[in-house]
Design a binder for this molecule. Structure first.
Ligand code: ATP
Ligand code: I3P
Length: 563
């Protein structure tokens, strides 16, 4: 187990495509926003059970986070005058902007107890322990100053998809903060000072990343990325098929090759049967093939604890089965069910859940050790060259919370409580260009495309989501954990099966004894709410809307009844 910490530290993210949503589609979606129902055409189906159910308590685009977020922005704006605040996000964007003021003003009040819950070095909570041990008390709601230099956190002023503007205050530090390989939030690879950039830079850079391949990593190829040609020459059992989007621009040629391979040359991804393994999102190199329909995921203590606890929870049927830790080569892995194993040429979608994608402890850490992320700066520039502030440009780096918030407001995370990370369809095509998929009509289009506009599949998914919500609402595990960065994995195939599972517990951490979350209350730092159920409510609402007849369909149906 000596590599536990390293295994999480060493994770590396294959960058998503920079060539984001097709402007035509964005424009169309924006137009459709005005008439969302009409924008969506599915073969007509009956209104499924649960549609417009009173359970959908937060079924508007705005959701519960809007007002408080706006309030926070307003509050921050006034505090800004005092010189403590850095920048204020737009109140229209539904985001829950984290302000530097917030970072200093609030703190997770129950963290001491919370941290006691986790002893392992690799758990995010543990890294927070280290952070706080040398830190002054942040528990009072008054402005608490960390006795060091904290670069101002700059909040994206989001005026719509692809339209980022920032206002910024000069950093008190004035200088560039060097990334540091130490001080990492091990499990999450996050640390808000960022993943260990130096460590990362020692690794071979992903060719695929450079041209926008999203996250597809290799079985038994866990450390090295490969180019299209690498893959082509790797048509051997145990290799992973790497996928990218047809919209990825310069990668098109490689993508074509990959697509063809995926389509025609399935690899052995499991001894259970032959099929191409697909990793739609996440950190490259995190997965390897296991036996008997199982996969090995790079060890993370936090995730181990969750998967272990989930074996005893009502959520168990909705998460991958867990089979402990194995050591392979120099590394430890968590062994879990391969959720694709029982499908033939599955279509897969990964939706990252929640209104926030970083843990509260990551913020605490950022206060203590703010680190600039060059890789994140580059990812930001690739999507929107105008996004970084002058200062960030000068520093060629951004703080991780700033990047994460920018991603959240650019996509639907902040406004809907979930975002699409990637979609792979049965024909092998794969799209990970969803960074700017933010508006409901855009999301609906993506979902419609994913299910090939098949009402039956949509209904199955809706049913699964409603069932999952019921279970989540009574799950002891769920109410006692801050669930951040977890995804819903949607899988269906031509046989008529469609399933949804919850995956990725690398940033799911226990609350303090007796504390619970409802996962719908808007987040204010310290309350640890994650917006997971709010996002699920919105997902359910969207699936329901897609299955509802449009007003014109209703009219014509009324007319035919009259006739
Ligand atoms: N048990 C599983 N069975 C099948 N596919 C899986 C499973 N777990 C993960 N995947 C695939 O791998 C992708 C990434 O998974 P996951 O989110 O767990 O990785 P990660 O590296 O921890 O991601 P992140 O960067 O969000 O922390 C998913 O989108 C899915 O395609
Ligand atoms: O999707 P993108 O734009 O590539 O951005 C990544 C995404 O936000 C991941 O969720 C995050 O990993 P964690 O959730 O584990 O923090 C990763 O941080 P990282 O680079 O520090 O791993 C980011 O780079």
């Amino acid at each position: 187990m000596k590599n536990k910490a390293l295994s999480c530290l060493g994770r590396r993210k294959r960058q998503s495509s920079w060539a984001e949503a097709d402007p035509e589609r964005v424009k169309a979606a924006e137009e459709e926003e005005a008439a969302p129902c009409a924008a969506w055409k599915l073969p007509r189906g009956g209104r499924p059970a649960g549609v417009n159910s009173p359970r959908n308590r937060h079924t508007t685009t705005q959701g519960p986070g809007v007002q408080p977020a706006a309030n926070r922005a307003t509050a921050a704006a006034s505090s800004h005058a005092s010189g403590e605040v850095c920048v204020v996000g737009s109140s229209e964007d539904n985001a829950a902007p984290l302000l530097s003021e917030d970072m200093e003003k609030y703190s997770p009040r129950n963290d001491q107890q919370h941290r006691g819950g986790s002893r392992e070095k690799t758990c995010p909570a543990e890294s927070l322990n280290k952070v706080d041990s040398g830190q002054s008390d942040h528990s009072s709601p008054g402005v608490q100053c960390y006795p060091g230099t904290i670069p101002k956190l700059i909040i994206t002023r989001d005026t719509g998809p692809g339209c980022s503007q920032e206002v910024h205050q000069p950093s008190s530090s004035g200088g560039c903060l060097e990334p540091h390989p130490d001080d990492e939030s091990p499990c999450s690879d996050s640390g808000c000072g960022g993943s260990p950039a130096l460590m990362r830079s020692r690794r071979k850079l992903s060719n695929s990343s450079s041209f926008g391949l999203s996250s597809a990593s290799s079985f038994e190829e866990s450390e090295d990325d490969f180019t299209g040609s690498d893959i082509e020459s790797s048509l051997s059992p145990g290799r992973l098929s790497s996928l990218c989007s047809p919209e990825d621009g310069p990668a098109n040629k490689s993508w074509q090759k990959l697509k063809t391979m995926v389509h025609w040359s399935p690899f052995v991804a499991s001894s259970k049967k032959r099929y191409p393994w697909v990793q739609l999102a996440g950190h490259a190199g995190n997965f390897q093939a296991g036996d008997d329909g199982r996969v090995l995921k790079q060890y993370c203590e936090c995730e181990r604890q969750c998967l272990q606890k989930l074996k005893e929870d009502v959520l168990q049927p909705h998460v991958p089965g867990y089979y402990g830790v194995v050591n392979k080569g120099e590394k430890d892995f968590n062994v879990m069910d391969d959720l694709l194993a029982d499908f033939e040429s599955p279509s897969i979608m990964d939706c990252k859940m929640g209104s926030r994608t970083y843990l509260e402890e990551e913020l605490s850490k950022a206060r203590v050790r703010p680190r600039l992320r060059k890789d994140m700066f580059e990812k930001m520039v690739a999507v929107d060259p105008e996004a970084p502030t002058e200062q960030e440009r000068a520093q060629q780096g951004v703080l991780k919370p700033r990047y994460m918030q920018w991603r959240e407001t650019l996509s639907s995370t902040a406004s809907l409580g979930f975002r699409i990370e990637g979609i792979k369809k049965a024909d092998g095509t794969c799209n990970t260009n969803f960074k700017k998929t933010k508006l409901k009509p855009q999301v609906m289009k993506a979902f419609g495309d994913f299910v090939e506009e098949d009402t039956h599949t949509l209904k199955l998914y809706l049913h699964q989501l409603e069932e999952l919500r019921l279970v989540l609402e009574r799950s002891p595990f769920f109410c006692s954990h801050e669930v951040v960065g977890s995804s819903l994995l949607f899988v269906h195939d031509a046989s008529g099966k469609a399933r949804v599972w919850m995956i990725d517990f690398g940033k799911t951490v226990p609350l303090s004894e007796g504390q619970t979350l409802d996962h719908r209350t808007p987040w204010v730092e310290g309350n640890r709410e994650d917006g997971f159920l709010w996002g699920l409510d919105n997902l359910i609402d969207i699936f329901s809307t897609m299955l509802s007849p449009t007003p014109s369909e209703e009219k014509s149906s009324d007319r035919s009844k009259e006739d």
